[in-house]
Structure formats: C-alpha cells, structure tokens
Write a protein that binds this ligand. Sequence first.
Ligand SMILES: O=C(O)CCC(=O)C(=O)O
Ligand SMILES: [Fe+2]
Length: 214
Amino acid sequence: MTLLPPLNIRGFQVYKGFLDRAAQDELVAQARQVAQDAPFFSPMTPSGRTMSVRMTSAGRLGWVTDRSGYRYQAAHPKGQGWPEIPEQILEIWRGVASKERMPDSCLMNFYGEGARMGMHQDKDEGDFSWPVVSVSLGDDALFRMGNPERGGSTESVWLTSGDVVVMGGDARLSYHGIDRIRFQSSSLLPKGGRINLTLRVVDQGDSPQQPSSP
Ligand SMILES: O=C(O)CCC(=O)C(=O)O
Ligand SMILES: [Fe+2]
C-alpha cells in the first residue's frame, strides 16, 4: 500500500493507486472466496426494480434490499450467515480510516457490462461519525459526487483499479453514484467487470459513547 496524499473533491478523499497489482490480485481472490460462501445476488429496490449491480457482503451485517426496503441483516437472502471480512480488506480500513474501530460490514458490488448505480446517500448505518471506505477493482468507473442534499452541481472522477475513496466528515452523507463503467478496460478480472468493496460501521453498539444531550 502506498499513501500519497489523497485528492480532496468536495470532501471525498480519493486515493489514486492506493493498491498495487499484487494487492489487487489478492483482494480479487478473497472476494471470490467470499462469493463462494455468500453468492452474488441481484437485489431489488423497494419499488420493484432489479438493480443492475449484483451484490453480496462479508462481515457481521450485510446490506440487502427487496420489496420490504433497504436494510442491514445478519443473514444472506438465502439464509446463511455472511463470511468474515478478509484481513487484507480490514488492513485498507486501518490505513485510511481507523485503527480503533473495525467496520462490521463489507458490501461487495459487481458491475458487469452496462451496470451503474444511481445517485444516493449511504444512510442506513447507525453512526455517521465513521467514514465509508470504498475500494475499486477491475474496470474503470465514472464516479459522480454531489452534495449532502439532493441535486445541485456535481463533479466526477474516473476510478481505476486500486483506487480507494473515503467518504467521511462533511462528505459522509453526500450523494454519489456510478454513471458507467468502461467494460473490459482492465485486465484484473479476466472476463471484465468491476468489483467495488464498501466498508462501513453499521452498528453503533460498540462504538465510543457519544456525549448525551441534556
Ligand atoms: O461502486 C462504487 O464505487 C460505489 C458504490 C456505492 O456507492 C454503494 O454501494 O453504496
Ligand atoms: Fe454509496
């Protein structure tokens, strides 16, 4: 891992080239291992649309969506528990986010040809004082960054394999999305596509106590 100062775009910290090729290969192997225990599925939004990305998770809690809404749950939609978050993924979190508190959820998104993710906030977690850390593997992706409120101006950056984005502080609740990928622009995944790993602290349970209001 190299630690050049990140680009700061609207409070999003973008670490270009954070992971070298060997680290990326290792992360892909670990993602495949996770997907063996917890297979990728095609999530459905509460309004009934099938998302174009496929998803799975590692960690105590995984993010799911279906007709009943967006939420975190302790089991894969097929019923089994989620696998543990691989150590090498936690190491990235330690490098850019915190050594005190580990994430309890690692969402894995797979973008095949034509997949995208609309503008949204990450706000299903219990404690927004911890950042969200997102790792890009495989094909290039056009990442759009907006504001804490819906709408307004946006800026975009091409994320390439090995880049890491930290959404914390003022950008923790900022809107963001993936407009498109450049299918087969990277050789990391032999058949093409992009894997995004998103690390989050979901459960405020064992985080340091916040001062309570009078
Ligand atoms: O794929 C990405 O880079 C972003 C994914 C994302 O924003 C999410 O899963 O909430
Ligand atoms: Fe997000």
